[in-house]
Design a protein around this ligand. Structure first.
Ligand code: NAD
Ligand code: MG
Length: 394
């Protein structure tokens, strides 16, 4: 029986993963080791009971009594705190879903890789923050990382059976989000509710807003480089409002392999769950005649500076990814709290990178996880300062 763990089980990706596990036989077909969540104790306990998990872990210590109460009599262990989540990743499982949002997903993912199983990686932030470290840890322990981001699953699928040395370019698509057609002046006043309303995908709040600002695509550019190892100049972004073509891979003979699918993350999650086989996944089937039209356009880097910043980060590499992601997380916190405007997010990230480049050699790679976490911490401090400064200036 295959053993599994889900980190971030109560989120959007976590729920979709749970749904697929249940459809594939649930507790009768999988031995569940660990399920984790941040706050939704009742839902986490419900999932842990159904899958008969060994342990359920909640991120915040103060929720432990509530989790214990919700699990009473179930035989499921309860634990709480970031250290307990990392310890849950020390319990070996054959297949681990990494679906915590933000850099908080890095440590559990790194620890899970040490068992040499399969890490289904939705948490793109860990590749942006510590790509080389994550990939070398996987290699050292014989672990497999399977991308769960839809674009990266698409690239992975398009590359299967191909010679990677024959790849000329990789194109990941972006829907353009809710503000694709908005003029720059209007973007400045965009609200949190407007930014959350993604036209095609149903996702967690943070990634939805990142999609509206294109910071999600910026992270994904870096993710493409770190996961597949392609040079930045080979990686392109194409705006494709219908979100049907998720990525394209072009080869030296001029051929292009495209991956198409509905905008439902259960396809990419199901691919990672059943890989290398293809399993039955209950997503809507494409009806291209009904869709009739697929359109593509170049992204506007003036309105979406996140893409330009990602190019700068890729050129620097080193610790720049950790700084970029952390600054972006803080800028997003401030936008969600109503403290800065929509366009200020990119301004805060850019100002943070500028300040940091005067303090540390961003281009020097981190020697280990501690250095990555120190960079993450420093960038959060500087970004909070830049955001506060921006507020005063308005
Ligand atoms: P979400 O906000 O819906 O869920 C996040 C999960 O992480 C929840 O279980 C939450 O309780 C937990 N969590 C949040 N903060 C935590 C912390 N500090 N410590 C421990 N746990 C914490 O997010 P999501 O949309 O499911 O996204 C999860 C990850 O997958 C992100 O990295 C995102 O970029 C990536 N991703 C999501 C989608 C999507 O369609 N939702 C698509 C591609 C990639
Ligand atoms: Mg994606």
């Amino acid at each position: 029986m295959r053993s599994i763990s889900i980190f971030g089980a109560t989120g959007s990706i976590g729920e979709s993963t749970f749904d697929l596990i249940r459809r594939a036989g649930g507790a009768g077909a999988f031995r569940t080791v660990a399920l984790t969540g941040a706050r939704n104790v009742a839902r986490l306990a419900e999932m842990a009971r159904e899958l008969r998990a060994e342990v359920a872990v909640v991120a915040h210590e103060e929720e432990l009594p509530a989790l214990r109460a919700a699990l009473a009599g179930s035989g499921v262990e309860a634990a709480a705190g970031a250290a307990a989540i990392a310890e849950a990743a020390d319990r070996p499982a054959d297949w681990v879903m990494s679906a915590i949002v933000g850099a908080a997903g890095l440590v559990p993912g790194m620890r899970a890789l040490r068992h040499g199983g399969t890490l289904a990686l939705a948490n793109k932030e860990s590749l942006v923050t510590a790509g080389p470290l994550l990939m070398s840890t996987a290699e050292a322990h014989g672990a497999t990382i399977l991308p769960v981001d839809s674009e990266h699953s698409a690239v992975f699928q398009a590359l299967t059976g191909e010679d990677r040395a024959a790849v000329e370019r990789v194109i990941i698509t972006a829907s353009g989000g809710p503000f694709r057609d908005w003029p720059l002046e209007r973007l400045a006043a965009a609200t949190v509710a407007e930014a959350k309303a993604h036209p095609n995908w149903s996702m967690g709040n943070r990634i939805s807003i990142d999609s509206a600002s294109m910071f999600n695509k910026a992270l994904e550019l870096i993710e493409t480089r770190e996961f597949f190892g392609f040079e930045p100049a080979m990686i392109e972004v194409l705006v494709h409002p219908q979100s049907i073509v998720h990525a394209l891979v072009g080869f030296r003979d001029g051929g292009v392999m495209a991956h198409l699918g509905p905008a439902d993350m259960r396809h990419a999650i199901g691919y990672a769950l059943h890989w290398p086989a293809r399993g039955d996944v209950p997503v809507e089937r494409l009806d291209l005649a009904r869709l009739a039209r697929l359109s593509f356009e170049a992204p506007d880097e003036l309105r979406f500076p996140a893409l330009r910043l990602a190019r700068e980060v890729m050129a620097l590499r080193g610790k720049a990814g950790a700084a970029f992601n952390a600054a972006k997380e803080i800028a997003l916190d401030h936008f969600m709290a109503g403290e800065i405007g929509f366009l200020d997010m990119a301004a805060v990230v850019e100002a943070t990178l500028e300040r940091l480049s005067g303090e540390v050699a961003l281009g020097i790679p981190a020697a280990g996880l501690d250095e990555v976490l120190a960079m993450d911490h420093l960038a959060r401090t500087r970004a909070a300062e830049c955001a506060a400064h921006g507020k005063k200036g308005r």
